[in-house]
Design a binder for this molecule. Structure first.
Ligand code: NAP
Length: 307
């Protein structure tokens, strides 16, 4: 019987692991190998406090992992399919069942997709959501980035290292991104803005990859074809909460609902931290902060049970 099982290996889960490990609870951290976390797919992080020169996203994860391990956190690669029990709980993975007194859910969020047929058909053949993973393949080629937030601006700027031209396609005529990120992208000589446009169709096949897109003007509905070699999606995220749908309350978008001012979910003994409940801040540092709160909440819950 575990004291605490933490599901997730991002800043929220690993901060929970550091705190619960230091409290002597020997937490077990489970992570799915199928998908990299968001920080693992980032390059330079310039706004994580304590690193005046910036730090690579994957390095934050490695450092947090080592820090948790130093205090006795245990790590296992396993995808949790469902959770049963009222407390204690049973976590069901493909190969095992794990019993635990408390759970911290910290599985984060995954990139949103457009939802058009050509996107899934060409996924991995020129359509991707990870500039850091795939940018290298577009040396001296032309790509589009879809989106108008900080991520889209960051990815567009990053892709200028490889691509000869980057078109930033946004459905409105104003970016949602912060001023500094927006200016960095818009002022780059290789970045060209395509305003009031959405991708209606992606053209290509699995052998040749992407060859173009059909853009729809959002102001008048007219369409035009554009030749392009790659499509990078950067249109926000969806929380990874599907396996927990019968365990805790979620909102209409799938975000876990927490008790005001705490990390308590609707199920006593189950806590949540990070991008799977937070659609407002969504920063590595806020995820880490929620991870700390969840660890303290779980520790207090265990103490109250013992007493
Ligand atoms: P976001 O801020 O939610 O922006 C998503 C963008 O995608 C929006 O511009 C949205 O358009 C567009 N969009 C959504 N659905 C779409 C669709 N179906 N078709 C076309 N466009 C669509 O997401 P994000 O950029 O991933 O950022 C998430 C959070 O992380 C934010 O809080 C951001 O500040 C933060 N972040 C920070 C940094 C940094 O500071 N270093 C870097 C990356 C992200 P509309 O604008 O029209 O809604």
């Amino acid at each position: 019987m575990e004291n605490v099982v933490i599901i997730g290996h991002g800043p929220a889960g690993l901060t929970s692991a550091i705190y619960t490990a230091r409290a002597g609870l020997a937490p077990l951290v489970l992570s799915s190998s199928a998908e990299l976390g968001q920080l693992d797919q980032t390059t330079d992080v310039e706004n994580f406090p304590g690193f005046p020169e910036g730090i690579l996203g994957p390095d934050i994860i490695v450092n947090m992992h080592k820090q948790a391990e130093r205090f006795g956190a245990k790590f296992q690669t396993a995808h949790v399919e469902k959770i049963t029990g009222e407390g204690p709980f049973v976590l069901h993975t493909a190969s095992s069942q794990i019993e635990t007194r408390t759970i911290i859910l910290a599985t984060g969020a995954k990139p949103r997709r457009l939802g058009i047929e050509s996107e899934s058909r060409l996924w991995g053949h020129g359509v991707t959501a990870c500039a850091v993973c795939d940018g290298f393949f577009y040396r001296n080629r032309e790509v589009i980035v879809i989106g108008g937030g900080d991520s889209a601006c960051e990815e567009a700027t990053y892709l200028t290292k490889f691509a000869s031209r980057v078109y930033l396609v946004h459905r409105r005529d104003q970016l949602r991104a912060s001023k500094i990120m927006a200016e960095r992208a818009m002022n780059h000589p290789k970045v060209e803005m395509v305003w009031n446009s959405e991708v209606a169709e992606i053209l290509g096949n699995s052998e040749d990859g992407v060859v173009g897109v059909v853009l729809r003007d959002t102001t008048n509905g007219s369409t035009r074809e554009m030749k392009i070699d790659g499509v990078f999606l950067s249109i926000g995220h969806i929380p990874n909460t599907e396996p927990f749908k019968d365990l805790v309350d979620r909102d209409s978008e799938g975000y876990i609902i927490l008790e005001e001012g705490s990390t308590k979910t609707s199920r006593p003994g189950v806590f949540a931290a990070g991008d799977l409940h937070d659609k407002h801040y969504r920063q590595a540092i806020t995820a880490a902060g929620f991870g700390c709160m969840a660890a303290l909440d779980a520790e207090r819950f265990l103490a109250s049970q013992a007493g």
